[in-house]
Structures are given as structure tokens and as C-alpha cells.
Write a protein that binds this ligand. Structure first.
Ligand code: GDP
Ligand code: MG
Length: 249
């Protein structure tokens, strides 16, 4: 935070100087520069969950990349790599998705997981979970909450659930099936002490269906909020935010 204040102090010192010289164009240019820099503030999203839950496929789908593409995050194989790769958001290059290793794998046991993936690096998390609601998912959510970070809970592979329900229920109703799955996730998280969890039902193979459009919108809503947090931080006391003067008003 100190260095952040220092940077802003420097930015605004330039604006102040330009204004003192009656050079409004220069002052405007400095402010513009500052705003452009704000746009480049990265938002790091950790994509997490159990191995095989669909993390890499979700990242690919979100980016409009087919699993078979060369630039795709590798999918479907047994996780042997410990490498953590980042992929940029298609519309906001400053938003990065991090394809994290599966929780509960040998190298990343649940209790050491967040520490090993260096959770501090991430602004927030998306937990991906398939089929049944898992113990590890709750543990992860609890740990993330404890670290005072935010997360979304994505229940993946909805296409599979819907197909199975269609084939096995005489009185199949899509709406009821979706409601039941979502309720199960929300209740599981709430039982684990998670407050107002955000749960999205998604199929990475049929991205336009279910909750993905809502997820996308919600995520975009996080961007200005994330920046707003920083703006509050940089305009807060202890120094007068308008310039580099020493007035502590
Ligand atoms: N039917 C279906 N299969 C999926 C979906 N997402 C992932 N998969 C499959 O689930 C397997 C594991 O996916 P992957 O993305 O590698 O999981 P990760 O280990 O969490 O990264 C792969 O065979 C994917 O093709 C989905 O939305 N629907
Ligand atoms: Mg993967």
C-alpha cells in the first residue's frame, strides 16, 4: 500500500505541476495516462477444484478455444504436471485465468493446497465441481473464505446431468432438475459455513445454456468493482489526494 500511495503521489505531482503552469492540456494528458494505467491493473482469477472436474475445459470454453486447439489448456489427461499456466480473458487482456492443479492430488493435498498454489497471488477464485457435491469443494471454499478472498462456485458438465435426467425421469422437467442441482450445491456450501454462495450451473460444451451468460455478466461486474477498490485505496487519506501537497486535510 505504501508504494501504491507513493506512485499515486508521483502521478498527481505531475498533474499539479501542469496546472500550476496553467497547462491544462498537459494536466489532462497526465490524468488520461493515469486512467489508462488503471485499465491495465491485472485481475488474477484462480480456477480450482478437483482433478477432472473440468477446469481446463472451462477456461478454453470461456476463451472460445476448442479443447483440440493448439493454444488450448491441456485437458482430459491425468494430471501429472505441477505447472500453473495463465490464460488471458478474450475481451479483457488484463484479466487472467490461472489453470490451477487439482485439489487432493498427491502433490497438492487438500490441507496444503492453497499454500502450495500461492493463493495470495489471486484476486478471487472459481471453484469447479462436477457431479456430486464433494468434501474437498467445501474445504476449499472454507479456506478461501478464511483468507478473505471471494469465489464463485461453478457446477460443471450440466449437459451430462440433463441428459441423464431426461433418460431416467418420466416427469422430467428441465427447470426442476436445474433447481435441484443448484439447491444441493448451495445447501452443501451453507452447511459448511459459507455465506451467500454464488453458484452457477455450466456446461463448457454448451456454453450458451444454463447459467454461463449470468456468470459472464457477474464476472464483468467484478472488474469495475475491483478497480473501484483500488481507487478508494489511492484516494483515501493520509495525504491530500488532489496533489502532492503536504496538507493533511
Ligand atoms: N460432458 C462434459 N464433459 C466435460 C465438460 N467439461 C469437461 N469435460 C470433460 O471432462 C474431462 C476432464 O476435463 P478437464 O478440463 O481436463 O478437467 P480438469 O482436470 O479439471 O482440468 C475431459 O474429458 C473433458 O472433456 C462439460 O462441460 N461437459
Ligand atoms: Mg486441467
Amino acid at each position: 500500500v505504501t508504494s501504491l500511495f507513493e506512485n499515486v503521489r508521483k502521478e498527481f505531482a505531475g498533474v499539479k505541476e501542469a496546472l500550476e503552469n496553467n497547462d491544462q492540456a498537459a494536466a489532462a494528458a497526465k490524468i488520461q495516462q493515469y486512467l489508462e494505467k488503471q485499465d491495465k491493473i491485472p485481475l488474477n482469477i484462480g480456477i480450482t477444484g478437483e482433478s477432472g472436474a473440468g477446469k481446463s475445459t472451462f477456461i478454453n470454453a470461456f476463451r472460445g478455444v476448442d479443447n483440440r486447439d493448439e493454444q488450448a489448456a491441456p485437458t482430459g489427461t491425468v494430471e501429472t504436471t505441477m505447472e500453473i499456466t495463465q490464460y488471458p480473458h478474450p475481451n479483457y487482456p488484463n484479466v487472467l485465468f490461472w489453470d490451477l492443479p487439482g485439489i487432493g492430488t498427491t502433490n497438492f493435498p487438500a490441507d496444503k493446497y492453497l499454500e502450495r498454489v500461492e493463493f495470495q497471488k489471486f484476486d478471487f477464485f472459481i471453484i469447479i465441481s462436477e457431479t456430486r457435491f464433494r468434501e474437498n469443494d467445501v474445504k476449499l471454499a472454507q479456506e478461501i473464505q478464511k483468507m478473505e478472498k471471494k469465489f464463485y462456485f461453478v457446477r460443471s458438465k450440466l449437459d451430462n446431468d440433463v441428459r441423464a435426467a431426461e433418460k431416467s425421469q418420466r416427469d422430467f422437467s428441465l427447470e426442476r432438475s436445474l433447481e435441484k442441482i443448484k439447491k444441493n450445491c448451495i445447501e452443501g456450501l451453507e452447511k459448511g459455513g459459507i455465506e451467500s454462495p454464488k453458484v452457477f450451473l455450466v456446461s463448457s460444451f454448451e456454453l450458451h445454456l444454463y447459467d454461463f451468460p449470468w456468470l459472464q455478466k457477474t464476472l464483468e461486474g467484478e472488474l469495475p468493482a475491483h478497480k473501484r477498490d483500488l481507487t478508494v485505496l489511492v484516494t483515501a487519506p493520509p495525504f491530500c489526494a488532489c496533489c502532492a501537497c503536504t496538507d493533511r486535510t
